[in-house]
Design a protein around this ligand. Structure first.
Ligand code: SF4
Length: 374
């Protein structure tokens, strides 16, 4: 299935920020933002549902070619989720490549044997396993059509895809190149479907400063239209066996993190992954979330970069003299008041205007094992 459509090609111009907004954002630095008053994180179990991907981004070690790609079985999913529950996790993080193309014949044969005609159909079963066992699914299946996303919306507490950049960069080139327009369409689809959403920008893949500013402003525009972006990840590309380019230096990360904080409304968190960036040296640039970390599984996207232990996150927060609190994979403001977790902030949060999470997710939150651990 082709992901490109006429509306895809129009979406970038529809979202394009004006020159003045870009210029203003380009002038922002760490001195222009306030450090956050608290830090949050989520505890997840990382489930690489499949490593098949239609694309071959040059910085990515996640994807495997046809014949080598893995597909987790229902039993493997259940086992991993149970281990996650025992370790106190709240989130089942399902990761993918982008929708595998026809070269991945074996994967589709296997899905057929399991009674599924698509990865999204299988994802639904995977999310149901996670919910049955007591974790909240957060799925990142790459680009998705409106129909694909709608098919799994009610069994996800939130979803995500990295915008990475609005620029056309060589790192995305190849016979099946992913495009910024497709990413924007996916993020827009999530907004239309009222799915709390995580996205972000990837730094150092060939984009320039103007591209970074434009990418952040496009994400702000999408959030202003739909209100669905719960957090923006500012992620540096890192050294690995496929990436031949440089990694961004600290000054670059400090400036772009501050730009993200300045650009986005206060209710959208700015997250920097603590296993990929020197977060202690970015805390004054407005980070307020340390993302999902797993006490039991690797970061399969960046396997050479171990998650910090929760104790290390506490030390990071202490070094900034701010409290650290654990959150769910869906931010509190998207939940009806009856199932919100962060009771101190409950009174200051108004009731959500749209219905963001399904009754099934609310039920899973209300009966979550974490409610009995405090
Ligand atoms: S970054 Fe995502 S889309 Fe690109 S090759 Fe890796 S898994 Fe596929």
């Amino acid at each position: 299935m082709s992901h490109t459509s006429e509306s895809d090609s129009e979406i970038i111009s529809d979202l394009s920020p004006d020159y003045e907004a870009v210029e203003t954002l380009l002038s922002v630095g760490p001195a222009d933002v306030e450090p956050a008053r608290e830090l949050t994180f989520a505890r997840n179990v990382f489930l690489p549902l499949t490593t098949a991907c239609r694309y071959t981004c040059t910085y990515c070690t996640y994807f495997d070619p046809p014949g080598e790609a893995t597909l987790m079985s229902p039993a493997e999913i259940r086992d991993a989720v149970r281990i996650g529950v025992d370790a106190g996790c709240t989130e089942a993080l399902f990761t993918f490549g982008d929708e595998p193309d026809k070269r991945y014949e074996k994967l589709y044969d296997q899905l057929n044997q399991w009674g599924h005609d698509s990865l999204h159909s299988y994802l639904r079963e995977a999310c149901e396993i996670a919910l049955d066992e007591g974790l909240l699914p957060h799925s990142n299946p790459g680009d998705q059509t409106h129909e694909q996303m709608a098919a799994v919306a009610d069994v996800n507490s939130s979803m995500g895809v990295m915008l990475e950049t609005t620029a056309d960069v060589d790192a995305h080139a190849g016979p099946r190149a992913k495009t910024p327009a497709q990413r924007c369409t996916t993020i827009r689809n999530a907004g239309e479907l009222a799915i709390p959403f995580t996205t972000g920008i990837l730094i150092g893949i060939g984009e320039g400063w103007r591209d970074r500013a434009e990418s952040l402003l496009v994400l702000r525009e999408l959030h202003e239209r739909y209100g669905h972006i719960q957090e923006i990840i500012v992620q540096p590309v890192v050294k690995n066996e496929r990436w031949r380019g440089e990694t961004p230096d600290l000054q670059t990360l400090r400036r772009v993190t501050a730009m993200a904080r300045y650009c986005l409304p206060d209710d959208v968190s700015v997250q920097v992954p603590p296993n990929l960036a020197p977060v202690r040296e970015l805390l004054d640039c407005g980070i307020d979330d340390l993302g999902g970390v797993s006490p039991i599984t690797d970061d399969y996207i960046n396997p050479s970069y171990a998650w910090p232990a929760v104790e290390e996150l506490r030390e990071i927060a202490a070094s900034a003299d701010v409290p650290l609190s654990e959150r769910l994979p869906v931010y509190d403001r998207y939940l009806p008041p009856s199932v919100r977790q962060l009771t101190e902030s409950e009174e200051s949060q108004s009731a959500p205007e749209r219905t963001w999470v399904s009754p099934r997710i609310c039920q899973a939150i209300a009966s979550g094992h974490w409610n009995h651990q405090q």
